[in-house]
Write a protein that binds this ligand. Structure first.
Ligand SMILES: [Zn+2]
Ligand SMILES: [Zn+2]
Length: 438
């Protein structure tokens, strides 16, 4: 196995408390030295001049669409998009076809991810059979199988039945697994296509009110208090939900939350031209909500920035607004959007951005080898990016099989130069290393 010397970068490592100019020597898949002017004779040099060397990013929330919708994304193309975006691990959502509600499906997703070898694919399992919200899925079997599922969710919809939600939490607490919720009350959002407010009235579109989110979040926090189960709130979008999470944490409940780059960057103003690429569930909300999310990410109320990478077929996104599916591809823009919309204007420090994009999600998922620290003996899961370099988002040039992004044409700061998974480059000098794919 080739040794690599990452030369001349700025090591920003939230877990290890480091922010310094240093070389990083990687040998046998692990970091063997961090320091100034390392020798590393025989090692291949990766130029990191002007770049940040950080722990590889970890996404808590990605839809890879395989099995079932390989026309939209596959585990291979989604893994390529992730590596290109600086990720070394991601949690694959279970709303596939068939649904990942049993050991056979999660093991298949896990094995395919390992076979592709560009990123650690960590499958999530469904809470209920077929995500139908009627009976508990084979939770224990999924937790015990080779994939070792830690996070369970019926993402795409909330679990409506409060008694079943309680029973699932009582079951999950026994093995310290995570109940993760897509917080939208099904009845309150039925027929809605965007945030309910002045803009939905102006556009003549039925809305999805903030109440749909924070009522489910409040219910789940109450059930987490009752059961002592770990609760994770997916893609928080409303100001009121941020406040609920803040209070739950102050109370000492085991509640974590994520926000997406698109909810942090955009408001419902993005829908003014009926752009189906800005249609997403939960919907983009108001400037007040966006500001509350940014404040929540900055003060740690929102633990993680997660993509909710949701590829959709072009012909479906090009249909009429009310018929188009909701979702945005996000793996290749998350880091740059965070740097451009939060770090550059001084709303979030670079250290905290990397904590939210890597260290915190790795900790939530219990991924020992990810999220840093960047220290001798640790697996070399690293990303190197040039924070000052800019690029323009051209959807057709993304590695994802789908192109549904509202950020087409945006100039963003932050270009990934190298990504290393256990010491092996998956991206080198800005190019995906395709030889590692089988
Ligand atoms: Zn969702
Ligand atoms: Zn999702």
């Amino acid at each position: 196995m080739t040794d690599y010397l990452l030369r001349g970068g700025r090591v920003v490592d939230p877990a290890g408390g480091q922010d310094r100019r240093a070389d990083v020597l990687v040998s046998g898949g692990v970091v063997t030295a961090v320091g100034e002017r390392l020798g590393g004779s025989g090692a291949t040099v990766l130029d990191c001049t002007g770049a940040v060397v950080a722990p590889g990013l970890v996404d808590l929330h990605a839809h890879l669409r395989e099995p079932g919708r390989e026309d939209e994304e596959t585990i291979a193309t989604g893994s390529a998009a992730a590596a290109a975006g600086g990720y070394t691990a991601l949690c694959a959502m279970p709303n596939t076809d068939p649904v990942a509600d049993n050991a056979a499906v999660v093991e298949k997703v896990w094995a395919l991810g390992a076979q592709v070898g560009l990123v650690d694919v960590v499958p999530a399992g469904a809470l209920t059979r077929g995500r139908r919200g009627e009976e508990m899925a084979d939770l224990g079997e999924m937790a015990r199988c080779a994939a070792g599922v830690r996070l369970f969710t019926d993402d795409g919809a909330a679990l409506s039945d409060s008694l079943l939600a309680r029973r699932v939490m009582e079951y999950l607490v026994a093995f310290d697994a995570i109940y993760a919720e897509h917080c939208e009350d099904e009845a309150l959002v039925a027929g809605g296509h965007m945030h309910e407010g002045e803009r939905s009235v102006a556009l003549g579109l039925a809305g999805r009110p903030s109440e749909a989110e924070f009522l489910i979040a409040a219910r789940d926090i109450a059930l987490a208090r009752l059961t002592r189960c770990r609760l994770h709130l997916l893609h928080v979008s409303a100001a009121e939900t941020v406040e609920l999470v803040r209070r739950a944490k102050a109370e000492g409940l085991r509640v974590t939350a994520e926000a997406t780059p698109h909810h942090l960057a955009l408001t419902d103003a993005a829908l003014a031209s009926y752009d189906t690429n800005a249609k997403v569930n939960p919907p983009l909300r108001t400037e007040r909500d966006r500001a509350a999310l940014v404040a929540g990410v900055a003060d740690g109320t929102i633990d993680a920035i997660a993509t909710d990478h949701a590829p959709h077929a072009l012909q479906e996104k090009e249909s009429e607004f009310t018929l188009a599916p909701a979702g945005i591809v996000g793996l290749e823009t998350a880091l740059s959007l965070t740097l451009t919309t939060l770090v550059a204007p001084g709303l979030l420090t670079l250290r905290d951005a990397l904590e939210r994009l890597s260290t915190a999600p790795a900790r939530i998922l219990g991924l020992e080898g990810h999220g840093g620290p960047i220290e001798p003996g640790r697996p070399a899961n690293l990303t190197v990016f040039d924070p000052a370099a800019t690029w323009v988002v051209e959807p057709q040039r993304l590695h994802s099989r789908s192109v549904n992004t509202p950020f087409a044409g945006w100039e963003l700061s932050g270009v990934v130069r190298h990504t290393l998974l256990r010491g092996r480059p998956t991206v080198r000098d800005g190019e995906l290393v395709t030889e590692v794919m089988v």
